[in-house]
Design a binder for this molecule. Structure first.
Ligand code: DX5
Ligand code: ZN
Length: 214
């Protein structure tokens, strides 16, 4: 099981140190929440920030593009050092083509589904998918409440996708919500505030792993 701290909740005045700290604390990948102020209200960071941090870490970089028409940015984020590029099904005019483009850039292709989006929207893209991210909050900010009803979507995905596809959950993941996600079939877990608002990142990550077995 993969724990992916979301850098969105890190201290923005020392992102590099934060990244090094979560890597030492046992993170499995780094989740970069890119927001454009259109698909979601907030604006965060672009590919220059991702590129500037690439050499600080050996971890997998997962870039979650909460942006309209992500096709314009794929090449930049690929060059910046993303390993997985996640686009929103709701933000793509031609999702199958976009996922193919990500693969052609030599990157893993992920698609995120908003809480209101059905798994039917990706049924005919399964051949191109490396990861599906189930949004367990509405995208746009950290620290929101986990939406229980999305657990059903994880179960449906588990049933319908090839086992090689990573099922990731994003939003409101903490000690109280992670176990149910795992039981339903999730294999990777994005966590922002639960990790970065703690005083000890290593303890926070250990606690997440342990909650799965309690
Ligand atoms: C939400 C982002 C999440 C967010 C998670 O729009 O995609 O990755 O950072 O933050 P928490 O874990 O605090 O819900
Ligand atoms: Zn995210």
């Amino acid at each position: 099981m993969f724990i992916c701290p979301s850098i969105l909740s890190a201290n923005p005045t020392k992102l590099g140190d934060e990244l090094i700290s979560v890597e030492k604390a046992g993170a499995d990948s780094i989740h970069w929440d890119v927001m454009d102020g259109t698909f979601v209200d907030a604006i965060t960071f672009g590919h220059h920030i991702v590129a500037a941090h690439r050499k600080l870490s050996h971890l997998r970089f997962d870039v979650h593009l909460m942006v309209e028409n992500p096709d314009r940015h794929l090449e930049n984020f690929a060059q910046a050092g993303a390993d997985v590029i996640i686009v929103h099904a709701e933000a793509c005019w031609h999702l199958h083509r976009t996922l193919g483009d990500i693969k052609s850039l030599g990157k893993k292709a992920g698609v995120a589904l908003n809480p209101a989006t059905s798994i039917d929207d990706i049924a005919y893209c399964a051949d191109l998918l490396d990861m599906v991210t189930v949004m367990t909050v509405n995208p746009g900010r950290a620290g929101q409440i986990f939406i229980e009803f999305q657990l059903k979507k994880i179960v449906e995905l588990k049933k319908n996708l090839p086992p090689s596809v990573e099922i990731c959950v994003d939003g409101g993941i903490n000690d109280a919500t992670i176990a149910n996600c795992l039981q339903c079939g999730a294999t990777s877990f994005v966590s922002g505030s639960c990790i970065f608002k703690s005083t000890d990142y290593s303890e926070a990550i250990k606690k997440l792993r342990k909650s799965i077995f309690s």
